[in-house]
Design a protein around this ligand. Structure first.
Ligand SMILES: Cc1cc2nc3c(=O)[nH]c(=O)nc-3n(C[C@H](O)[C@H](O)[C@H](O)COP(=O)(O)OP(=O)(O)OC[C@H]3O[C@@H](n4cnc5c(N)ncnc54)[C@H](O)[C@@H]3O)c2cc1C
Length: 396
């Protein structure tokens, strides 16, 4: 990193890479510091992107490249849960991208050398003299920096610096994987979601051969370490779903071992999103670091893409890019830009997180009374349950 790197982004996940790309497009120089040794492009297998996410990808200039990697999903098929059988069209562009395609495409669009690997942030402290944030790394090194954007995920060190409360856990976990059908699958361009024996299962086509699937059983603390081994993940999933239809069983059996993952589902409490301080001086959080949410609406990643567009636009609008004037960023302009960013994003991510939270609590509730309460709240607050996909983050 050199002195010209005015913006430091922590974390090269979807949001960190998208933010670096958005800033680059606005002529703002940024560096991304990532703790892993290389790009984390396999974990989590795949990700569904709905129309609001595509609008953000369009602004980032990578939508057309990504469209070639996945088929459009036309319908959702829900079997069981509240309606026994419901097959309904999915309006607006929806595709399921492999995480590898998404991460690799964002990375490839960045100027070479933007991401520095093996840089694990340990803490941030404010310099007592200059009040600038100083980044401390796990290897004992430190760097003063002017502007810091924390895109370091659900266990964010930057969020700790902002005194945000630790994220919470759903009583559910998620098992995800990819299965390739060399002769083509027969599932169509459809998202199938069904619930059996209290386990939610989803299956969605990426292309004519590749299928992404997930299931969300209840979390059992005893399993945590065991599930780090892909062989155990596959075996345990097969046992969990042994009384499921043959095609589901075979899909798990034939899954690509490298794609298998087990994740405990976390969330930032919606009420914290209402009141939390998401920026302090020239430090801000975005993506999961700000608003980690369960996967029940499939919106966490898209919300991070929206953050990237809004954040870069706000910084540029405040003249904080120093590009037109050739000057360095004025600290007070950055602070103002971050305040505006948080103001613009707060209600959007609050609504998304609340709807996701209520859906997750409904899926994990064991008592009928609780289920009824969550259904009533969802109907009252989110009568049009798909309205969140109409959101437009605007031009970069
Ligand atoms: C089961 C499941 C299914 C999902 N499905 C969907 C979906 O269909 N659609 C959708 O839009 N979203 C989905 N999501 C949500 C989506 O995956 C996340 O919202 C998204 O990946 C968050 O991106 P991020 O860049 O903010 O954080 P992350 O992806 O967590 O990236 C954070 C990065 O920061 C790095 N890092 C962390 N700490 C440090 C540190 N101290 N120093 C340096 N680097 C650090 C990490 O190594 C990582 O590379 C799903 C989530 C789950 C759990």
């Amino acid at each position: 990193m050199d002195d010209d790197d005015e913006v430091v982004i922590i974390g090269a996940g979807i949001c960190g890479l998208a933010t670096a790309l958005a800033l680059h497009k606005k002529g703002i120089k940024a560096v991304v510091l990532e703790r892993s040794e290389s790009l984390r492009n396999i974990t989590g297998a795949a990700i569904g992107i709905r129309p609001n996410g595509w609008r953000a990808l369009q602004q980032l200039g990578v939508a057309d490249i990504l469209r070639h990697t996945a088929v459009p999903i036309q319908r959702i098929f829900i079997t069981n849960l509240f309606t026994p059988f419901l097959r309904t069209p999915w309006y607006g562009e929806t595709r399921c991208l492999t995480r590898k395609d998404l991460i690799d495409t964002l990375y490839a669009a960045l100027p070479p050398g933007t991401v520095k690997f093996s840089c694990q942030l340990e803490s941030i402290k404010l310099d007592p003299h200059s009040s600038k944030p100083v980044l401390w790394f796990i290897d004992g090194s430190s760097i003063p920096s002017k502007v810091v954007i924390g895109c370091d995920g659900g266990k964010s060190v930057v969020a700790d610096f902002l005194n945000l409360k630790p994220t919470k856990m759903f009583p559910l976990c998620s098992i995800r994987g990819l299965t390739n059908y060399p002769n083509g699958h027969s599932f169509g361009n459809e998202f199938t979601r069904f619930m059996k024996s209290n386990v939610l299962i989803g299956r969605i086509a990426i292309d004519d051969n590749l299928v992404y699937w997930f299931c969300a059983p209840r979390y059992n603390p005893k399993d945590e370490k065991m599930w780090e081994d892909p062989k155990v993940i596959r075996q345990s999933t097969l046992e969990l779903l042994r009384d499921h239809p043959k095609e589901i069983y075979e899909m798990i059996e034939n899954a690509d071992m490298k794609s298998l993952s087990y994740t405990r589902l976390r969330y930032r409490a919606p009420w914290e999103l209402l009141t939390g301080t998401f920026c302090k001086k020239t430090v801000v959080v975005a993506g999961d670091a700000m608003h980690v949410m369960g996967p029940f609406l499939g919106q966490g990643g898209s919300a991070g893409l929206e953050d990237a567009v809004v954040l870069a636009r706000t910084l540029a609008q405040m003249g904080s890019n120093g590009v037109e004037t050739g000057s360095k960023m004025a600290v007070h302009r950055v602070e103002e830009a971050f305040n505006r960013f948080v103001k613009q994003r707060r209600m959007r991510v609050l609504r998304l997180s609340l709807q996701t939270y209520l859906t997750g609590m409904l899926l994990s509730a064991t008592s009928s009374i609780k289920k009824i309460i969550y259904i009533v709240l969802l109907v009252l607050l989110f009568y049009n349950s798909s309205s969140h996909i109409n959101y437009d983050c605007g031009n970069l």
